[in-house]
Write a protein that binds this ligand. Sequence first.
Ligand code: ADP
Ligand code: MG
Length: 491
Amino acid sequence: MTIDKSEYLIKRHNKVYEVVIGLEVHAQVTSNSKLFSSSSTKFGAEPNTQVSLVDAAFPGMLPVINEFCVKQAIKTGIGLRAQINKRSVFDRKNYFYADLPQGYQISQFKYPIVGEGTVILDMQDGQKEVGIERLHLEQDAGKSIHDMDPQNTLVDLNRSGVALMEIVSKPDLRTPNEVSVYIKKLRSIMRYLGTCDGNMQEGSLRADVNVSVRLKDTKKLGTRCEIKNVNSIKFMQMAIDYEANRQVDLIEEGKSIDQETRLFDTKKNETRSMRSKEDAHDYRYFPDPDLLPLEVNDEFINELKLTIPELPDDKKKRFIEEFKLTPYEATILVSDIETSKYFEEVIAKMGKNQDIKLAVNWITGELFAVLNNKNLEISQSPISAKNLAKLVNLIKNGTISGKIGKTIFELMMDGDKDPQIIVEEKGLKQESDPKALEALIDKIINENQEKAIEYKNGKEKLFGFFVGQAMKISGGKANPQLINEILKKKL
Ligand code: ADP
Ligand code: MG
């Protein structure tokens, strides 16, 4: 498998195939109540406890559009730099399934609320634009549970009627890695906006993955297969890799690809045919007679624009200009809104004479490692931005060495301790008094006369030995820069 390569091509018998991918992402709208009813959307409730008569499709019940969900969709559209459509229409998408009591899903077909837009991907070798085809609002179905009762399938309607945004990309993605970056970017934008929490474990973000292959440098798109409802980035990547290779093998055998809907089997790590691909007309879409077309005016849209926070692309640009970060550092620090807040708080708390590079290194190095290890979000960081700023300043102004900084960092994790207090309590202040250091070095040279002579005779490697001794005897507190200078002078 060649999943993380930036150039992802499939080679067979001197032929080179390119993979084309388009995603239909289903993002659950962050909202306390459902799209057409006032039932709660809270995750993890007992089955069938959050179901109104509308969600259960009792006869005669009428849907009422939730204005908050409409605002969320428009805000997301703005975040995707997309066309906001002032008039959109809800349609019925008709199909039968036990977890769909209405017998149809209310969705938007011809006239979605959001039209074309763009998402920018920050790749290692520069930026890539991915086109957004549309974003529409629709309801989620209930959930069929097949593995709790050996005889029966159980149905939980808590999800029934929950608002989803379906975000359809153009077939602009070319590699599993781009897919990963794309999903993360979408999620980041929606988290900044507060329109979808992006929690894939809870099913708030899932995608139908469309895959086709074609000979490299040809224009015409190949026939696509659609892999339904994949709920992790890793599975998306594995599914694409399997599916693209399957399609190339078929073509190489002289067979053709059937346009079909497939399923990714996470245990066998392969895609399997579910059904031949349905066409829109199979669903008998028609405008829902219970709902008026949805109309919004400029004023409504402009008011929402005022609520849009600084989004990752703008923040990245500002971080590069204002803090002289590299694009790479800026990308990491803006990828998650909480991380960017933490970083900015550290900068603010460092005050004048700040060493931003050093702060970046501590955040993306030590702090990220700890969060990763303990599986914590940055909002749960055991070390506050304020105290990390203090630690960086202590290193910057020479009170402690970077090495001692690491020791102190460990100690800070116990109850977010103030590093200044740790330095005082443990006597960890860096020794920068030249007289004291000279005395220390004189002693070391005296005790290691032979080595000193060897060094003078050209065994330069021994320099490190003397530095090591000085650090060891001083308990790591000797100022390494001064030690170097003094040693050079004395040896
Ligand atoms: P449907 O509902 O029939 O799947 P949509 O228009 O909602 O149709 O979604 C089509 C998705 O498939 C889009 O994300 C689009 O980018 C992608 N797509 C279309 N043609 C191809 C192709 N030849 N190869 C890969 N992806 C494709
Ligand atoms: Mg589809």
